[in-house]
Design a protein around this ligand. Structure first.
Ligand code: GDP
Ligand code: IMO
Ligand code: MG
Length: 449
């Protein structure tokens, strides 16, 4: 590639500057099936990188009927030769990571040598977990419904510049001093505001030091590794966690997680330039679910909601909590498509709708006498929005678990077509079952141009 001053006459073709990388993000409130899709697409990638969130994520992979749930390790790990990186945007619980590694390695899979962790990842420590849970208890009915994993307090410490990072856990000389300062601060709040037990400094130093010894060999300069890999023409798959509507800025604040979940965060959370992001693949269910509190205009409290929950096995992969279920919401999805810059859509769990006579899609909201075709930012106005539906015929009696798109029931194809039209985004992948093999790839996101 040329370096120097741009010159139109040098005939540098546009495609020389394009990348085949793919960013996978959740386009709704999480649990859209990102793990399944990342696992599937990893076949085409050299590196898979997580760039935000932490072990609040629960990504389920089903291969030949065998289920694996991942929380922190990128969902490419089951492909033996793929490198799996954890970027600086991820808040890291060393305890959760090591447990996950041990569980995978117990099955005979080589994991440690294939994982790279950024030294800049903020650490989730026991005081963060204690604070997260104490706050939720204190909020009572106003609780956000967090996963209780310490995610919010860890990101707060990052922003306040008092937090510890992976680099600190492998530097015993400075660890104790930094930890003492941090615990001084948090133990005061735990003891005096929440009336909870403080976290013991000595126990924490010992625990983190021991974890650091195991983590140290995995610590790498993730940004530089990605830069060099790109230079060598390697293909990178970015794996989002949570979903766009849980984004701390763009989601249904305050009922959100504490990171940016949008596609743009793949750059800042891994250390690549935005020009390296390539195709943005938004994952959405063929209906909608949400775990935890917050507005959900298309939520169903009737038999249909119960049927979606039952057929979709809608229980959280991290906390086991029942997920709230409702119709597909094209209004919030429009915002999602725009904020993420979606190149294409992957629609999952189409098979869950097989049992329905008719299917509704929310095409607009009505709120305070106005009609909206894009959801409002934030939770308060959204909580007052009423969905406007259009109804499509279902395909009850026919199955979507087929091997070719053309074999889908006609009404299922019409439904997908309608979702694509409403969002003005092409559908590239359709998932019709939990297994890796239950997937219809209509167009390859790695070969888009
Ligand atoms: P993630 O957090 O986005 O990775 O999604 P989760 O793993 O938390 O939740 C998705 C759930 O749906 C998991 O239990 C998957 O095994 C399952 N799943 C994914 N795609 C499909 C599909 O097309 N059909 C059905 N029936 N289940 C699916
Ligand atoms: P994956 O990656 C669904 C939700 C929680 C809560 C809110 C804040 O599996 O899609 P947090 O613990 O992050 O402070 O909780 O965000 N939440 C998720 N919901 N899927 C997830 O991850 C989630 N991670 C967090 O339920 O409402
Ligand atoms: Mg999940």
């Amino acid at each position: 590639m040329h370096r120097g001053i741009s010159n139109n006459s040098d005939n540098t073709s546009i495609s020389e500057h394009m990348t085949n990388n793919v960013v996978v993000i959740g386009a709704q409130w999480g649990d859209e099936g990102k793990g399944k899709v990342v696992d599937l697409l990893t076949e085409r990638a050299d590196i898979v990188v997580r760039f935000q969130g932490g072990h609040n994520a629960g990504h389920t992979l089903v291969i030949d009927g065998h289920k694996t749930v991942l929380h922190l390790i990128p969902s490419g790990i089951l492909h033996h030769f793929v490198r799996c990186l954890i970027g600086n945007g991820v808040v890291l619980s060393a305890e959760a990571l090591l447990k996950e590694i041990d569980t995978l390695e117990a099955t005979g899979l080589e994991v440690t040598s294939r994982i790279g962790i950024s030294p800049s990842c903020p650490l989730i420590l026991p005081c963060h977990v204690a604070l997260d849970q104490a706050r939720e208890r204190r909020r009572g009915k106003q609780a956000i419904g967090t996963t209780g994993r310490g995610i919010g307090p860890a990101y707060e410490d990052k922003a306040s510049r008092r937090g510890l990072r992976v680099a600190d856990m492998i530097n015993p000389d400075s660890l104790r001093g930094k930890l003492e300062e941090l615990l001084d601060f948090h133990n005061f709040v735990l003891r005096n505001y929440f009336d909870e037990s403080p976290v013991d400094l000595e126990a924490a130093v010992d625990e983190i030091t021991a974890q650091g010894e195991r983590i140290a060999p995995m610590v790498v300069d993730v940004a530089e590794e990605l830069f060099q890999a790109s230079r060598q023409g390697k293909v990178i798959l970015f794996e989002g966690a949570q979903g766009m509507l849980l984004d701390v800025d763009h989601g249904t604040y305050p009922f959100v997680t504490s990171s940016n979940t949008v596609a743009g965060a793949a750059a800042s959370g891994s250390g690549v330039g935005p020009d390296q992001l390539g195709h943005v693949l938004g994952i959405t269910k063929a209906y909608t679910t949400r775990v935890g509190g917050g507005p959900f205009p298309t939520e169903l409290f009737d038999d249909v909601g119960a049927l979606l929950a039952e057929r979709g096995h809608e229980f959280g992969a991290t906390t086991g909590r029942p997920r709230r279920c409702g119709w597909f919401d094209a209004v919030s999805m429009r915002r999602s498509a725009r904020v993420n810059g979606l190149t294409s859509l992957c629609i999952t769990k189409l098979d869950v709708l097989d049992a329905l006579d008719e299917i509704k899609i929310c095409t607009a909201y009505q709120c305070d006498g106005d009609t909206y075709d894009v959801s409002p930012a934030g939770a308060e106005q959204m909580a007052r929005c009423q969905p406007v539906y259009e109804t499509l015929p279902g395909w009850k009696g026919s199955e979507t678990r087929v091997a070719r798109f053309d074999d889908l029931p006609e009404n299922a194809r019409r439904y997908l077509q309608r979702l694509s039209e409403l969002l003005d985004v092409e559908v590239s992948i359709v998932s019709v079952g939990a297994d890796r093999s239950d997937t219809l790839v209509l167009r390859d996101p790695f070969q888009w141009s």
